[in-house]
Design a protein around this ligand. Structure first.
Ligand SMILES: [Zn+2]
Ligand SMILES: [Zn+2]
Length: 555
């Protein structure tokens, strides 16, 4: 019996090693490839390879990168063009057919919503809706704010299953302002746990929209939970947007938890005051082996819903010193709000999209120079969307912040105009997101973001001399130019700047579904055994304080 097992082991070993040798051996250049990309400047941000080569694609993979001449069923002439890993956007809230052509024109072959995300129990359904229905890869995190809306506001009317549902969940304010009891806290965590079990890419937390309701303890428990799965939290920090000190304190909350719990973390859109120190914190922690990283979008204005807590006069005007007249612009009428007109609009349409000017224009170039940083476009879902589809002409799409359509091309243009090395910009568009996600075990990201033999053939081909964004604050959906071709999983999804209806090309980016939950409910007994101090509720408050009731304070 033992001998049989030993023999099996040996033959399995030989079989595996043969296979490994076979995949490492260079592909035969004389075979017929599915697609060949000829005479392009191939750039790989992982190895820093940069040279004129032919690329052969077969069965969805990059089969060969060679100087030899090769043939394929389909051929792309890439002379004068850069052949780069397909662009990866970790922060896109509109993952819908109406968005896909703009995404491809901007070179994006993977779009993920890692900041807000999908409602935990609906995560699998969210993926199922897109399978076979998207030319671009898609992925999503589990939404903290939706778990709170479900538990604290009783919200249960999910239409989109992810970010666009905020149009409805944000009409009430329990999700933002209520401190949960211990029992409610456990319910919130178990909804998030369900999404992680279903394969969600970590947790997305918009704590900056929930400053009153979410305690430091709640964030810590969130990061503990995602850490149990080895996955990240992506966070819109507690004090974003804020002053340079508040912004940094916000990320320090996330990073100290990340270090204490050894849990990965993403600093979402840290293109705000204090960005240089945030960058230094991230770089130094990465040097010490922590898997933490940051993303920026290259615009000096943000975009959000008009009823965001940080746009209230006490914060936006009194604390931060802004004037509505100069900083808060309606995305449809392009008019700037006053305190009065804001209040009127809040009664009619509380979640109306606005553009929020918050940084000097010069800072944008600085952000593009930050080594190791990824791009997260933070593209917003478009409304009204009932009539929108893949075919809707670009000019008929409702206006939105230009980051939706132009973020990646804008980074490449700014890099060109400001002498940022092209390889560094290419790394920003793909590898800088793929690497940390791959490091935390997301297999689909270990084989993307790289132009190497054996990797998945997600490829974006652009002209380094002409690539540029065209979207503006007035015309936010104008497509980028200078990015003529793209492949997703080895399928040509855009040729000569014309996106193609290849809806079978896009694949889900997600973790495998786990059979068992990893969540351990919090309890007074558990805390007593493990730690000296016992918080009475999920707010982590001292036992005599009742946050919900002013008269409950006895100090
Ligand atoms: Zn945000
Ligand atoms: Zn966002």
């Amino acid at each position: 019996m033992k001998r049989t097992i030993f023999a099996l082991f040996i033959s399995a070993f030989i079989f595996t090693s043969c296979q490994q040798t076979a995949t490492k051996k260079a592909a035969d250049p004389n075979q017929e490839f599915d697609v060949v990309i000829l005479n392009g400047r191939v750039m790989d941000p992982e190895t820093n390879f940069d040279g004129i080569r032919n690329v052969g694609v077969k069965d969805g993979k990059i089969a060969i990168i060679t100087e030899a001449s090769i043939n394929g069923k389909e051929s792309i002439d890439a002379k004068g063009l850069v052949v780069a890993p397909g662009f990866i956007d970790g922060h896109q809230h509109g993952i819908e057919p109406y968005a896909y052509r703009n995404m491809l024109r901007d070179g994006r072959t993977t779009i993920m919503d890692l900041e807000i995300g999908a409602h935990g129990p609906k995560l699998d359904e969210w993926y199922k809706r897109r399978e076979g229905n998207s030319p671009i890869n898609f992925g999503i995190a589990v939404a903290h704010e939706f778990a709170r809306a479900a538990v604290l506001d009783g919200f249960n009317d999910w239409k989109y299953l992810y970010t666009p549902d905020a149009l409805y969940t944000r009409e009430k304010d329990g999700w933002s302002k209520t401190r949960p009891t211990l029992e409610q806290g456990n319910e919130i965590l178990s909804l998030l746990d369900e999404g992680l079990r279903q394969g969600g890419i970590g947790i997305g937390s918009t704590v900056g929209y929930m400053r009153e309701g979410v305690s430091a303890r709640e964030i810590f428990e969130l990061q503990k939970l995602s850490g149990l799965y080895g996955r990240q939290i992506g966070m819109h920090f507690r004090n974003t947007p804020g002053t340079d000190t508040e912004e940094i304190n916000g990320i320090q909350e996330m990073l100290s938890n990340a270090a204490a719990l050894d849990a990965p973390a993403i600093a979402c859109h840290f293109n705000n005051p204090g960005y240089n120190m945030v960058h230094e914190l991230l770089v130094r922690m990465r040097e010490q082996g922590y898997n933490v990283w940051g993303e920026i979008y290259p615009y000096n204005a943000g975009s959000t819903a008009l009823n965001a807590v940080f746009l209230e006069p006490e914060v936006w005007v009194k604390a931060l010193g802004n004037k509505y007249e100069e900083t808060v612009q309606d995305v449809v009428t392009l008019e700037f709000y006053t305190q009065e007109s804001r209040e009127e609009m809040l009664k009619k349409d509380p979640v109306r999209q606005v553009i929020v000017y918050k940084c000097p224009e010069e800072w944008v170039v600085d952000w593009v120079k930050l080594k190791g940083v990824a791009i997260g476009s933070d593209g917003m879902p478009l409304f009204p969307d009932a009539e929108l589809s893949w075919d809707t002409p670009y000019e008929d799409l409702p206006n939105t912040h230009p980051r939706f359509a132009g973020s990646f091309a804008k980074v490449l243009r700014l890099a060109r105009e400001n002498n940022v090395p092209l390889m560094q910009a290419v790394a920003m568009t793909s590898y800088n997101y793929a690497r940390p996600l791959g490091e935390m075990g997301l297999k689909s990201m270990q084989v993307r973001g790289r132009m190497q033999e054996g990797m998945v053939a997600d490829i974006t081909i652009f002209n380094p001399e002409t690539v540029r964004d065209n979207s503006t604050f007035a015309h936010g959906t104008k497509p980028s130019t200078g990015i003529p071709h793209a492949l997703v999983n080895g399928i040509i999804v855009m040729k000569d700047s014309e996106p193609l209806e290849e809806f079978s090309a896009g694949q889900p980016i997600r973790f495998e579904v786990q059979e068992k939950s990893r969540f351990v409910p919090l309890s007074i007994e558990g805390w007593t055994q493990e730690f000296y101090a016992v918080p009475e509720d999920f707010g982590g408050g001292v036992p005599c304080c009742d946050f919900a009731n002013e008269e409950g304070h006895k100090h």
